[in-house]
Design a protein around this ligand. Structure first.
Ligand code: COA
Length: 578
């Protein structure tokens, strides 16, 4: 079928929808819903059989929905309506929630229902929920809808609040006054829930030392106490504020400003001097998994396998993160274990250097240079490890240097359904992280060039077919973690473990003789130096647009195949393995 996706942004859910439909064999084109005119024009040019809006904040014009079946993905259960569906679901602490595929009509979220998929709620932030359970349910609902539409016999169900399974209702936009924290009475769990319901957008607006900030990245703390509202500790860029029954960590802040743009950054970087007298509160790398506190890098060990977690906000790693992760990896390597699993984070596995911290630096070019070198030091340490077998366990999406970090491992496994973006060019970068060594080694030089040139997302099916990853399994994060543990232990206890380690060592030595890692690094960094320091390069502008979320002025050509001519095949060749 010819399917047109209308979306506000080519975000992770739109990318996953694109990949799943293309893998099914549908021809998919995308138009960003910038205004009514472009959406109407896209429909006229493409003449789709079906239109799907996986994430569209704009209303589909009547001129479209009157003549075409348009499916809107609403992140709510049957009957739920309104623009703050997930915010209310988290704030109201519901036990289960869902995604509903509705037909667009003149009334917002009130069209006939094509499919609805429910899921149990987990304690996490709105955007984390969106990228995990919501995305999985949305893909199920989309695929059901497409099959039902294709059958030509399915009649969608009109919205009828008298039906017992229609449990939702119309809710308003959640304004900041509904979200406000009362530090004199709100418990830790209430505060965590309020912040999570607004994370990552718009953030929860609050006061700190007489100024207004949006709060993000909330984690409960089970040991520290103090006067409610006061900042009582700081750790690795996060601040800890006392509550009436304990304390809460807040990892990121964004100042509320009137006439200028502001950036979301680690809290301690935003408050800087104001934290001079606030004590540092350390936490060991091997902190117990049962402790409630803030930790971004931690280590666990079981049955001769070490698990290194790096669950950093938005998967972005600053220079400091890279240095701390390298130290943690060196610690893991010093243990008498056989296998190290790089677990990354559950939301994002890893998205490369920290573009917001770089943007906020006095000299962004210098900070980019420090960040990429710290990242390369980390990856070099992984690549040259001969004491352990290293596994990358990709629980969540990964992009740019995040994918290349995974490729430094000996084995790469991914949770089925995550989205990988193994390229840098759209950020105006050549890329480093030894990708010129690791990527061709896995997929061959021709494919490596295509992947980094055409810059399309990739699903786990294709990633496995082309050898970018070894295998994808388990859709749910919990079962993925159980299976990765099983796989890692099998390697550790396999009779051929010693032989495998020896082979790895020999291979690395052979590769080193053929071309030293230092040569790859120097060549990549020579290009990156140009990207960072030469005036005609687009990186600084691209980064600015990215961190300040400057809306695209048009749909990129490689996505809108209805606007493409000769090179449309290029796009498809990457989505399929060929
Ligand atoms: N540095 C800082 N922030 C980053 C980041 C990075 N490298 N990668 C992602 N983020 C942030 C986004 O700004 C966004 O912030 P928010 O909390 O204000 O919403 C959040 O992570 C989620 O990203 P978003 O783009 O909304 O999610 P997505 O799932 O639709 O897309 C990516 C994910 C990874 C494809 C996209 O974020 C991206 O291209 N990131 C940049 C990757 C990169 O070029 N890294 C540097 C080179 S190594």
């Amino acid at each position: 079928m010819k399917i047109l996706l209308l979306a506000t942004a080519y975000n992770s859910l739109t990318q996953r929808t694109h990949l799943e439909l293309a893998y099914r064999g549908d021809q998919v084109s995308i138009e960003l819903g910038l205004n009514d005119q472009v959406m109407i024009e896209a429909v006229e040019l493409y003449q789709p059989d079906l239109i799907i809006a996986p994430m569209l904040k704009q209303v589909i014009p009547e001129a479209i929905w009157r003549h075409h079946v348009c499916i809107i993905l609403h992140p709510g259960i049957k009957g739920d309506r309104g623009p703050s569906a997930l915010d209310w679901a988290i704030a109201n602490n519901v036990e289960s929630w869902g995604v509903t595929a509705l037909q667009a009509t003149g009334e917002m979220d009130a069209g006939d229902i094509w499919a609805s998929v429910n899921f149990p709620m987990q304690p996490m932030s709105k955007s984390c929920l969106y990228r995990s359970q919501v995305t999985q349910a949305a893909i199920q609902a989309i695929l059901q809808t497409v099959e039902r539409f294709e059958s030509g016999t399915f009649t969608p169900e009109p919205l009828d609040y008298t039906k017992p399974d229609v449990q939702g209702c119309l809710r308003p936009y959640m304004k900041q006054r509904f979200r406000a924290i009362d530090w004199r009475s709100d418990s830790t769990s209430t505060i965590v829930q309020k912040i999570r319901s607004a994370d990552s957008q718009p953030g929860l607006l609050d006061w700190i030392h007489g100024k207004r900030y949006y709060l993000y990245g909330a984690h409960p703390e089970d040991t520290l106490t103090g006067t409610p509202g006061d900042i009582i500790a700081q750790r690795q860029g996060a601040i800890c504020r006392a509550t009436v029954d304990g304390a809460v960590w807040i990892s990121h802040l964004k100042p509320k400003t009137r006439n200028r743009l502001s950036l979301k950054l680690p809290a301690a970087l935003v408050l800087a001097d104001e934290l001079a007298t606030v004590p540092e509160s350390d936490v060991p790398l091997t902190v117990s998994p049962n402790r409630q506190t803030y930790k971004d890098i931690w280590y666990e060990e079981k049955n001769q396998v070490g698990y290194l977690h790096f669950d950093v906000y938005n998967g972005a790693m600053s220079t400091d993160h890279c240095q701390r992760l390298r130290d943690a990896f060196i610690y893991a390597r010093s243990r008498k274990t056989k296998v190290i699993v790089l677990m990354g984070g559950q939301d994002f596995w890893f998205n490369g250097i920290h573009l917001n911290v770089i943007e906020a630096a006095d000299n962004p070019a210098d900070e980019s240079w420090r960040n990429i070198n710290a990242m390369n030091d980390l990856i070099h340490t992984i690549l040259t490890t001969d004491s352990h077998l290293v596994i990358a366990g990709l629980q969540g999406n990964a992009a740019a240097g995040g994918v290349m970090l995974a490729l430094a491992a000996d084995k790469v496994y991914a949770r089925r359904g995550i989205v990988l973006n193994p390229h840098y060019k759209r950020m105006g970068l050549y890329g480093s992280e030894y990708w010129t060594y690791s990527l061709p080694k896995r997929v061959g030089s021709q494919k490596a060039r295509e992947l980094t040139d055409i810059c399309m997302p990739m699903g786990t099916q294709v990633a496995q077919e082309i050898g970018l990853i070894d295998q994808a399994f388990a859709e749910q994060p919990d079962s993925f973690c159980q299976q990765i543990q099983f796989v890692a232990e099998e390697f550790a206890h396999h009779p051929a473990y010693g032989q495998q380690l020896a082979l790895k060592h020999e291979q690395r030595q052979r590769d080193e003789r053929f071309k030293p890692l230092e040569a790859y690094r120097n060549e990549e960094l020579a290009q990156m130096r140009r990207n960072f320091y030469e005036p005609d390069q687009s990186y600084h502008q691209q980064r600015y647009n990215f961190v300040y979320k400057v809306t695209a002025s048009q749909t990129p050509d490689h996505l809108a195949i209805h606007r493409q001519r000769a090179d449309s095949e290029k796009t498809c060749s990457l989505i399929f393995a060929e």
